[in-house]
Ligand binder design. Structure first.
Ligand SMILES: C[C@H](O)CC(=O)SCCNC(=O)CCNC(=O)[C@H](O)C(C)(C)COP(=O)(O)OP(=O)(O)OC[C@H]1O[C@@H](n2cnc3c(N)ncnc32)[C@H](O)[C@@H]1OP(=O)(O)O
Length: 727
């Protein structure tokens, strides 16, 4: 029995002589090899048949195409099916579609991304719906457009706009695509195919221009100007992502087309595309793409056939930084919100924060004044529980105080309806403890947002043994509606993200007490790809928060806590981070951080208290050693979280690290990166350091077991391993 094809293109010839070719490969009509081969065959048939005068290409179910089939990448990377360079870009799109004697028009609804837009650009005209999304987001997968996009897009919209769309993986809407010249007309969805058919016939009868986008030059800037634009783009790309080379390859390929002509550009693109497809960066980013989509698939929860309940009204307790951020996120997605505070002063401050969050959007031009008014009107401030009788969900976001939270949850049980979800935004406290004074354990859940909650993309959904699957399904749905990536984790101190964060900061402190330099550590970690180093981060979150959360770790995991006095000593001296303008760095009026020579004094004092001697080896660590000494303890903790079942899938930890800690996505996330280095290597290094510097580095049982077997840390790892990306 043959294998079932993965999608197809079907052709239907109308009485008007137009062949309608439809791409079919649910859910997004991605271009698998089967679809591409079938598209080629359909075209060849349409060109052969005398009853076909013109061709319209479209996608099934209101979506043109989401691009080349990303699920095929793994196979190609593992050495499987691959087409010869230029098979699609030259043979199909240029020599068959664009060079045909019959005109082709793309009818675009929903989305035309990556290869999808490239197919459309090979046609002689494009008609789209106003809200369709058109773009070349390939760079976010570590590759460049490979079906001619690097050559055709600049010729349709000009070099500057094309570079912006490609380098930032930023799609445009149909209406904007029209004003840019990327599409020729915008029509309502019900007029789309009809208009495209007529357009194709009009081209045939010379009522409309027959445009070969590959050879258009009117939008291209003159050569000198183009070179300047490309030079600027290179500088920007290097500044924004110094560890990534594929954006530079993309710029080189575009330049080749401008300097040596589009056909030379197409061939250069084809070669570069095939090479990048096999790169470590691409493997990592594709892993992240699927891991992110996989977080909403929770075995034993989302496979039960439960349907999310409608949430009409949400209440938030506490209008501080977190509460106001969460309220902002919710009203931005049209949820009516009640914000409760303990007195009028705090309430007004909380409401003021929400207003400021929205106003900053208006200032940036991301929100109209009218939308501001409408959104802000969804928020209502209260001082008592009177209006809680019809809320569907409450999110408690008060200070991290167990008895206060226990009292609040007991009150909530009294004032909220029995179906109401009772969520806490605690970042560390055990939810069973919070709910101890209630009998509502099945509807108690953690909804851990990250600050600022209306901006940060991650939502940790924490379930206890007793949280009902329905409540998790409801929260996953809310997460999707407020555009967060949810990660479902088990209940424990620190959950997933903070458990990984603890050793990150502690390792950095341990190194400094043993003689390493604060600023070299931050530099090495930033070079590795973190948005900032551990010390700059502690300054940002403030020493108060660092001490409070660190305290939780000391209390719960004493055997692996490194107790450093550096932060408390500095705090005593009124250095508590950025807000006090002094921490590990000093800050000027514009909050620019500069190293402080005075820091030595505090480090020496802390060293004196802990009795730690300087280790000359740690004074001259390489950047690679710094990265490993800081991240291997994080890997170690991630292994514990995984082995304890706090995270169901290792890929969830990858997403938690990327979205909650800022771990570089192009390294694939913490577990994926660890497996690229090998469990044996990580184990042996941790083991050696634990002999030298104590239990903080001691490899956990799971890591030891995987290393002994020579097995990857991720069970059932099917991915192609990446090699170590040099730090
Ligand atoms: C040669 C070429 O130049 C190379 C290329 O074309 S590379 C591909 C370029 N295209 C892209 O990068 C688009 C990637 N996709 C997306 O950005 C988003 O999925 C989307 C905007 C298309 C849809 O978003 P949204 O509606 O939120 O749904 P989302 O959950 O992301 O995707 C729906 C499903 O389609 C799948 N999917 C999306 N795009 C896909 C693609 N190009 N190939 C294969 N599967 C794809 C997703 O994995 C998901 O599968 P699941 O339901 O099993 O988890």
């Amino acid at each position: 029995m043959g294998r079932t094809p993965k999608g197809r293109a079907v052709m239907e010839v109308g009485a008007d002589g137009v062949a309608l070719i439809t791409l079919i490969n649910p859910p997004v009509n991605s271009l698998s090899f089967d679809v591409l081969n079938s598209l080629k065959e359909s075209y060849e048939e349409a060109l052969r048949r005398d009853d076909v005068k013109a061709i319209v290409i479209t996608g099934a179910n209101g979506k043109f195409s989401g691009g080349f089939d990303i699920t095929a990448f793994g196979g190609i990377q593992a050495g499987g099916e691959v087409s010869k360079p230029g098979f699609v870009s030259v043979e199909i799109l240029t020599d068959t579609v664009e060079a045909a004697r019959k005109p082709s028009v793309a009818a675009i609804d929903g989305l035309a991304l990556g290869g999808g837009l490239e197919v459309a650009m090979g046609c002689h005209a494009r008609i789209s719906t106003p809200n369709a999304q058109l773009g070349l987001p390939e760079l976010q997968l570590g590759i460049i457009p490979g079906f001619g996009g690097t050559q055709r897009l600049p010729r349709l919209v000009g070099l500057s706009k094309a570079l912006e769309m490609m380098l930032m993986s930023k799609p445009v809407k149909g209406v904007d695509a029209h004003s840019l010249g990327l599409v020729d007309a915008v029509v309502a969805p019900d007029q789309l195919v009809k208009t495209a058919r007529q357009w194709a016939l009009d081209i045939l009868e010379c009522r409309r221009p027959w445009v070969y986008s590959l050879y258009k030059t009117d939008k291209l800037e003159p050569l000198g100007e183009a070179r300047e634009i490309l030079k600027f783009a290179r500088t920007q790309a290097q500044k924004q992502a110094p560890n990534l080379t594929h954006p530079l390859v993309c710029i080189d390929v575009i330049e080749a087309g401008i300097v040596s002509g589009p056909v030379a550009g197409l061939w250069k693109e084809a070669e570069a595309f095939q090479e990048l497809l096999r790169s470590d960066i691409c493997k990592s980013l594709v892993h992240i793409f699927f891991a992110q989509r996989g977080t909403t698939k929770v075995p034993g929860i989302t496979d039960l056939g439960l349907v999310p309940r409608r949430i009409n009204k949400v209440a938030i307790l506490g209008g501080g930084l977190m509460g106001s951020g969460i309220a902002t996120a919710l009203i931005l997605s049209n949820y009516p919100v009640i914000l409760k505070e303990v007195n009028e002063k705090f309430l007004q401050a909380g409401i003021g924060r929400v207003r400021a969050n929205l106003q900053s959007r208006v200032k940036k031009g991301a929100m109209t004044q009218e939308k501001f008014e409408k959104t802000f009107s969804l928020l209502k401030g209260v001082l008592d529980y009177e209006s809680f009788k019809d809320v569907d969900m409450v999110i408690e976001a008060v200070i991290e105080n167990v008895s206060l939270k226990q009292q609040i949850f007991a009150d909530l049980e009294k004032f909220c309806p029995p179906h109401c979800i009772l969520a806490s935004n605690t970042s560390t406290i055990d939810l069973n403890l919070i709910g101890e004074k209630t009998r509502s354990h099945d509807r108690i859940v953690g909804a851990h947002f990250f600050s600022p909650a209306h901006v940060m993309p991650l939502l940790e959904i924490v379930r206890t043994q007793r949280t009902s699957p329905q409540v998790i399904v409801d929260l996953l749905d809310i997460g999707k509606k407020i555009k967060k990536t949810p990660v479902v984790v088990g209940n424990c101190t620190g959950f997933a993200v903070n458990r990984m964060f603890f050793p990150y900061t502690q390792a950095a402190l341990l190194l400094v007490e043993h003689g390493a330099d604060v600023y070299q550590i931050d530099r090495a970690i930033t070079k590795f790809g973190m948005p900032m180093g551990p010390f700059r981060l502690v300054d940002l979150v403030g020493f108060g928060v660092a001490i409070a959360t660190g305290g939780q770790f000391v209390q719960n995991f004493p055997e692996r806590t490194y107790k450093s006095m550096i932060i408390p000593i500095m705090q005593e001296d009124k250095r508590a981070g950025e807000t006090t303008r002094k921490g590990f760095y000093v800050y000027d009026d514009k909050r620019k951080a500069s190293p402080d020579p005075e820091l030595k004094k505090y480090v020496e004092k802390a060293r004196g208290i802990s009795g730690v001697a300087i280790d000359p080896k740690l004074m001259k660590l390489s950047d690679k050693d710094i990265v490993e000494m800081i991240f291997f303890p994080v890997v170690n903790e991630a292994c514990r979280v995984y082995a304890e079942g706090i995270a169901v899938k290792a890929a969830d930890l990858d997403i938690a690290g990327v979205m909650g800690m800022g771990f570089p996505p192009y390294r694939g996330g913490i577990m994926f990166w660890a497996d690229s280095l090998g469990s044996k290597y990580i184990y042996s290094r941790l083991e050696a350091w634990s002999n030298l510097y104590g239990g903080f580095f001691k490899p956990c049982a799971y890591l030891a077991e995987r290393a002994a077997k020579g097995a990857p840390l991720v069970r059932n790892l099917k991915l192609v391993f990446v090699h170590h990306i040099n730090t």
